[in-house]
Write a protein that binds this ligand. Sequence first.
Ligand SMILES: [Zn+2]
Length: 294
Amino acid sequence: MISFLTLRQKIFLGIIAILFLLNIFAWQEVIVLAGPQYLKVNFLDVGQGDSIFIQTPDRHQILIDGGPDSLVLGKLQKSMPLWDRSLNVVILTHPDSDHLAGLLYVLQKYKIDYFVWTGIVRDGQQYQKLVELLQLAQKRGTKIIQSQLGQKIMSGGVVISTLNPIEAIEGKYFKDSSNESGIVSYLSFGKNSFLFTADIGLKTEKMLISNSSNLNAEVLKVGHHGSKYSTSEEFLQAVSPNLAVISVGKDNFYGHPTQEVLQRLQNFGINTFRTDQDGDIQIISDGNNIKVIE
Ligand SMILES: [Zn+2]
């Protein structure tokens, strides 16, 4: 076939081949310049409450809860580029003050692409404010998503799946505690995995053990700030984490974390970090290994 080509055609094909090779090299160079990409999970020290900032290797930003006050704003500023005033996903696990109040500030300062919550009904001014702010955000383009069992957030190699609540509870009124209704998320990235348990107690832990095929996670966000009514031995056995993080405020009124939970974690030989002692706890993963930066 080649023998039928004219000299001009041969030169032309030669140039194409050289361009092709050059292109390959150029492309490889871009890959090298991009360098290794990391998942960053930052358990923010926001006092007595929860707030977890996640940056995926694709640089998508996800915030789970906002802690009890405006402290989260300063923490986000430190974690994000100066000019950045948007978040891709915000998850409100349950509308209790120590998870919700900070998000009321975040909703006013940041443009949010997706706001995920259960849509349950509660009393109180903060809850009213949340509903108002969500309506405003929706008008500005935020998609308000009701959490659903099996719902997935995907970014590059990161997958965040919803394990709780197991049924739609939108519009359901919770008078006293809404802890068991909290959104539980399982994050996997390559060989690394994280379990975020909000404030769930023994009842939901039991349900998760019987409902979930795989709860095994390398990092466990300890449920309900280390309350003794969470983090049972059975649950620790099912999750079998190497590392646990307790999000808790210094000298808090509730006596969190409880001696019982600290003892259980110790019995299982789990390396435990606490925001009241260690400050912000950032965990970096390349999909194979994790590294803790205090
Ligand atoms: Zn809480």
